[in-house]
Ligand binder design. Structure first.
Ligand SMILES: Cc1cc2nc3c(=O)[nH]c(=O)nc-3n(C[C@H](O)[C@H](O)[C@H](O)COP(=O)(O)O)c2cc1C
Length: 366
């Protein structure tokens, strides 16, 4: 197969999703997304249908189960932030083979995001460009929605950010306020300082801002855990793919100093119209994960996201240093079977390298 042919295959829908993708791709991308979220939300409210989905999609594969930060991940594939911005899908995502999900980005006050149109497909490249700008229902509404879900079959992350009109000097206080509102309903939290679609947000990756922000959030987390009589929950940070070597080193030093539990690499690539996700991002993700693993050592949790369109991409990211992965754009192009196809591929790879479990294999690599 030529490289072009291989790339085209990687962007193609899995059987069973082809007709649906054809229909969805005739719609405006944001309309298509909203319809899918509404449909899944409906399905997940009907336990027999969710159960049926789990029969088709989610076979338990004990070899792929992992434990990090006292959380159990039944599969290593998570739903990336931005797909379920308002926490409407967490109830049923396990039935599609996801091992964890990340809600948000959640801001203190509800906001409608940037003007539409703000989402575009680049089908030939297996990419999307988005300029959503943290459209979400706001922390209080989302926390109330998540509080109704009594059992979490998979860990729920809450990704937090700041409102567009909040000045940078007030950002640290606002993130703390958001953390307070969502603390009881999440299993882990992600500090988003890397979306390109909120003006100046990425400035928060600079050492002075980042130290204050992360230090304050880690302290706030400890206080909240004490008040709520719960264990202290992990706080992770999500980074931009464009950080250079010096910036990455500075960030890594702060992660260690402030007691951050893990890192998510990476957010979308800055583009004139917003941020690019999907295939063009993969080389950046691989490089960043490799470098982070070298800088952070073997034990630090690294979640890789960006450009996963095929199961082989996941294996490549594991070998580069990731512990877990997340997908977004790959689902748009390939469909809901992607997590299951990834699981099947991983089981096969584990057999080939003669490793009993994924966690053992990954710890052997480090
Ligand atoms: C439409 C859209 C909205 C997104 N919204 C968010 C968001 O609110 N917060 C965030 O941290 N990342 C957001 N992302 C970034 C994804 O979580 C992910 O980091 C990025 O898309 C790369 O992964 P992918 O190539 O698998 O899509 C968004 C991505 C897309 C395509």
């Amino acid at each position: 197969m030529t490289n072009d042919a291989a790339a085209a295959t990687e962007h193609r829908a899995y059987p069973g999703f082809r007709w649906m993708r054809r229909w969805l791709f005739r719609l405006d991308p944001e309309v298509a997304h909203d319809r899918i979220v509404r449909l899944l939300n409906l399905v997940f409210q009907l336990p027999p249908l969710t159960w049926l989905l789990s029969i088709v999609f989610a076979r338990r594969q004990p070899q792929l189960k992992q434990e990090y930060l006292n959380l159990n991940f039944p599969t290593p594939i998570g739903l990336a932030a931005g797909f379920d911005k308002n926490g409407q899908l967490v109830r049923g995502l396990h039935a599609l083979g996801f091992g964890f999900c990340e809600v948000g980005t959640v801001t203190l006050r509800p906001q409608s995001g940037n003007p539409q149109p703000r989402l575009w497909r680049l089908a030939e490249e297996g990419a999307l460009i988005n300029n959503m700008g943290f459209n979400n229902d706001g922390a209080a509404v989302i926390a109330a929605r998540l509080a109704k879900i009594k059992q979490h079959p998979i860990p729920i992350g809450v990704n937090i950010g700041k409102n567009r009109d909040t000045p940078l000097i007030e950002a640290a206080a606002e993130y703390k306020e958001v953390l307070k509102i969502v603390y009881s309903v999440g299993d882990y939290f992600v500090v988003n300082v890397s979306s390109p679609n909120t003006p100046q947000l990425r400035e928060l990756q600079k050492p002075n801002y980042l130290r204050e922000l992360l230090g304050g959030l880690v302290e706030q987390g400890k206080r909240l855990a004490l008040q709520q009589n719960s264990p202290v929950k992990p706080i992770l940070v999500k980074l931009a793919p464009e950080l250079d070597e010096a910036e990455l080193k500075a960030v890594v030093a702060i992660l260690r100093e402030e007691g951050v539990s893990g890192v998510i690499a990476c957010n979308t690539l800055k583009h004139t119209q917003g941020g690019t996700s999907g295939r063009p991002l993969l080389p950046y993700t691989v490089k960043m994960v490799q470098r982070l693993r070298q800088l952070l050592g073997g034990d630090f949790l690294i979640i890789a996201v960006g450009g996963i369109l095929s199961p082989a991409d996941v294996w490549q990211l594991f070998r580069a240093g990731a512990n877990l992965v997340q997908v977004y754009t790959g689902l748009v192009y390939r469909g809901p079977r992607l997590p299951v196809e990834i699981q099947r591929f991983l089981l096969n790879q584990l057999r080939q390298v003669d490793a009993p479990t994924l966690q053992e294999y990954l710890s052997m690599l480090r």
